[in-house]
Write a protein that binds this ligand. Structure first.
Ligand code: AR6
Length: 188
């Protein structure tokens, strides 16, 4: 486990479905109707209540699905978290199709939604870095910057967890962040 931003960002290894936080973030797809990866795990462990709410959202406010970069919130069914924030990361193409901006928007909009629901603690998976193929080092830099910017400007959420499924992914994040922090130190 590593802490950054005065302890408000915690990077760790684990299964996000086990996190007892106010909100966990789901790396969903536009359909909001489930899939593999972390999405599959969340729906499996959370039970049918989450899917039911997602279907309601589709019927009433999102007939065409949730666009990349946006986020919606549901309750969390049987999960220990209170809410699930569903966001759709960009599918990696070549980095020249706005992928960075969409990924940054996922973090910002998810945090906004969390704050709007007074969620003090939020856990993120590494959005887009699985099936969607976003390079993990580049995604780590974007996540770190986007979360940092949000925490700097807002007191809620109080704490944000970046949850990595594998020790390798966690290490990539920590290495990228260390490089960023060192570069900042050298500038000062
Ligand atoms: N806890 C934490 N992280 C996890 C877990 C877990 N239980 N399971 C996987 N990861 P992915 P994407 C990590 O593929 O790239 C789905 O089918 C995983 O190791 O879940 O945004 C959706 O329905 C990886 O680092 O999401 C979409 O169709 C990260 O979560 C599509 O995949 C994200 O991997 C979205 O692709």
């Amino acid at each position: 486990m590593s802490q950054f931003y005065d302890g408000r960002l915690i990077a760790t290894v684990g299964d996000i479905t086990e996190f007892e936080v106010d909100a966990i973030v789901n790396a969903a797809n536009s359909s909001l109707l489930g899939g593999g990866g972390v999405d599959g795990a969340i729906h499996r462990r959370g039970g049918p209540a989450i899917l039911e709410e997602c279907k309601q959202l589709r019927r009433h406010s999102l007939p065409k699905g949730l666009p990349s970069g946006r986020a919606v919130i549901t309750r969390a069914g049987k999960l220990p978290a209170r809410y699930v924030i569903h966001t759709v990361g960009p599918v990696w193409q070549d980095g020249r199709h706005g992928e960075d901006d969409y990924l940054e928007a996922c973090y910002r909009n998810s945090l906004d939604l969390a704050a709007g629901h007074a969620a003090a603690t939020v856990a993120f998976p590494a959005i887009s870095t699985g099936v969607y193929g976003f390079p993990k080092d580049r995604a780590a830099r974007i996540a770190f910057a986007a979360i940092g910017e949000y925490l700097y400007r807002n007191t809620v959420p109080r704490s944000v967890y970046c949850v990595f499924f594998s020790p390798d992914d966690y290490q990539t994040f920590v290495d990228e962040v260390s490089a960023i922090l060192q570069a900042i130190e050298e500038q000062e």
